[in-house]
Design a binder for this molecule. Sequence first.
Ligand SMILES: Nc1ncnc2c1ncn2[C@@H]1O[C@H](COP(=O)(O)OP(=O)(O)OP(=O)(O)O)[C@@H](O)[C@H]1O
Length: 310
Amino acid sequence: MTDIQDAPDLLQLDGVTKIFHLRPMFGRAREVAALRDVNLTIKAGRALAIVGESGSGKSTLGRAVIRLFQLSGGAVRFKGRDIATFHTRQEKLAYLRSVQMVFQDPFAALNPAHTIRHHLQRPLQLHRGLSGEALDKAVRQVLADVEMDAEICIDKYPHELSGGQRQRINLARAIAVGAELVVADEPTSMLDVSIRRSVLDLMRRMKNERAISFLYITHDIATAQYLADDVAIMFGGRVVEWGPPLAIIENPQHPYTRLLLDAVPDPSIRLCGQDGKAFAARADAVREATRGELLDAVEVSPGHFVRQNI
Ligand SMILES: Nc1ncnc2c1ncn2[C@@H]1O[C@H](COP(=O)(O)OP(=O)(O)OP(=O)(O)O)[C@@H](O)[C@H]1O
């Protein structure tokens, strides 16, 4: 059996930088450095979690991977090839099939006018060339793969399902197209707390049983630990600490990582802690210190790196 450490690199972020140039109608033009020299790797069949508070650059990273905009610098490489060099329609489609996005809002990628059957038939027709009975069988199999009862849901519309079920359909679609990497941007944060775990479980099974890789974007380091083999902590568009989840949780090195670990996870608010004002003051001080230049990366333990504040 191949050791998972020996798995080939699927996705590499190589000095990825994204500067947004804002030219508001009122006020001065300014630049926002959403990503600054981000270097990360996802191996085939593994999950990398990007953890940070709101505004740290997590979603921009996810959008860079699915080619929603041009980078200001650096490259995203898929199986060794810079995705900016995918010029033909065929190359672009092949990439967008291999890399699927699952959004925070489970409705975002589902068409309210189409049944679940339709949503799953399309990718199976287009990408696997199935039709007739084989197509019907494949739709039912994909539903079974995500633990949905076809008899109950196949002819329903997205609004007739719960949020968790809709997210399962989004994951089913990724399976149907034969995705190799799923970029999941806060996929459970809009779901009831009681069903978050089961969606995470499903993603974990997709990883373990089908070797589908995940770029899992979250504000919650605890769920990151549940799914991911590696965690990268982001602040201000930069990765300040990365490595195996346990190493980071048990031995956090960067003050911002410690802040995240002490915070109450809630994506709708900025970081806050049990002790109110004192936590807020600490958070401001850590953010301020982390905004400046960072030292070069230091390996703290095998695979666990930190870039400390100067
Ligand atoms: N299209 C855009 N135009 C201008 N600025 C942007 C754009 N998209 C993101 N930004 C800025 O880039 C920075 C990073 O945003 P991003 O959405 O990636 O952070 P995030 O960590 O995903 O936060 P959230 O969890 O709130 O989505 C923020 O300062 C944001 O305002």
